[in-house]
Design a protein around this ligand. Structure first.
Ligand code: AMP
Ligand code: TRP
Length: 327
């Protein structure tokens, strides 16, 4: 029996190489090892204000990008969170088993609420309860995510354990799976900040659909430091981040990369990196445009995905209802 993988991505636009390196490319690469479920989490997206037309368009875009990254609907269930209403229902129930203190400690909440002040919604605070519901509905063993989501997966573990302590073995206890390299890609304009969809700066992130000239421009302008040698040194976060991206796209060893750029400067390295990223994304972009031009394909994939996910979710929710004494 293969282990069950579940992971999700928000349809908030500007999907970038951090999402691809830290999450979606790994989901695709490991599809044969696991029994996979991938979810476009539109209910998470509305914890912050979204334009309705854009939310719809971004849900399609992210689905197209997942397919283009190699998620194969024959091997993996791919669906939209709001199409399976059990996610909201289980989130409510879990809500009642999660102490406020746990939620208040979440780094992502502290960062986002710090920016939004009194506009912060109860949904943003409760975001990890919905994420726990996503994971626990499907008897998930493994949750592959970027470093930033580790704390949320641990909360899902904690609430599952707490619930099981009350009611017996209702939930499978999930585990986060974080990549050794590339689990936290940093912003090109500020290597001390995680690359994020919501940062405004024009040179902050490389979007998966950026054309070659835009990728070149962003990389050539990436913030480094006043040193010159092209070596992996964590104390030099700018060049370290760019080298990590190079390492991921070329699949070379660190030593090999350092040898390649011995005696060369940041300029030469950046030029090489830009070409590697452009060529690395080219097939993904081509597949994306092909998929989006195929009438009806996306809708049929998503309809089939929801039809497969729904009975699994129903079964778990029924167990939960019974355990709690609902209905
Ligand atoms: P999100 O866009 O927040 O829905 O994130 C989708 C996936 O991408 C999650 O698994 C994140 O942990 C991962 N991710 C987001 N930003 C980064 C980043 N800068 N580096 C690596 N992984 C990331
Ligand atoms: N919160 C995750 C993110 O922003 C997305 C997500 C929602 C998720 N539900 C999930 C990831 C369940 C893994 C498992 O990246």
């Amino acid at each position: 029996m293969k282990k069950r993988v579940f992971s999700g991505i928000q349809p908030t636009g500007n999907t970038h190489i951090g999402n691809y390196i830290g999450a979606t490319s790994r989901w695709a690469a490991e599809q044969d090892i696991y029994d996979n479920i991938f979810c476009v989490v539109d209910l998470h997206a509305i914890t912050e204000r979204q334009d309705p037309k854009e939310l719809k368009a971004n849900t399609r875009e992210v689905t197209g990008l997942l397919l283009a990254a190699g998620i194969d609907p024959k091997k993996s269930i791919l669906f939209v969170q709001s199409h399976v209403h059990e996610h909201s229902e289980l989130a409510w129930i879990l809500n009642c088993y999660i102490p406020m203190g746990w939620l208040g400690r979440m780094t992502q909440y502290k960062e986002k609420s710090g920016k939004q002040k009194e506009q912060v919604s109860a949904g943003l605070f409760d975001y990890p309860a919905l994420m726990a519901a996503d994971i626990l509905l499907y008897d998930t063993n493994v949750v592959p995510v970027g470093e930033d989501q580790k704390q949320h997966v641990e909360l899902a573990r904690d609430v599952a354990q707490r619930f099981n302590n009350f009611y017996g073995e209702v939930f499978t206890i999930p585990e986060p799976k974080i990549a050794d390299v590339g689990a936290r890609i940093m912003g090109l304009d500020d290597p001390n900040k995680k690359m994020s969809k919501s940062e405004e700066g024009p040179n902050h992130a490389i979007a998966l659909l950026d054309p070659p000239d835009v990728i070149r421009k962003k990389i050539m302008r990436a913030t480094t430091d006043s040193q010159t040698t092209v070596v992996f040194d964590e104390k030099r976060p700018g060049i370290y981040n760019l080298l990590t991206i190079y390492q991921i796209f070329t699949e070379k060893e660190k030593k090999q990369i350092e040898a390649e750029f011995a005696g060369k400067g940041y300029g030469d390295f950046k030029k090489a990196l830009a070409e590697v990223v452009i060529e690395g994304l080219r097939p993904l972009q081509e597949r994306y445009h092909k998929i989006m031009n195929e009438p009806g394909y996306l809708d049929s994939v998503l309809a089939e995905g929801a039809a497969k996910a729904h009975p699994l979710a129903q079964k778990t929710l029924a167990k939960v209802h019974k355990a709690v004494g609902l209905g």
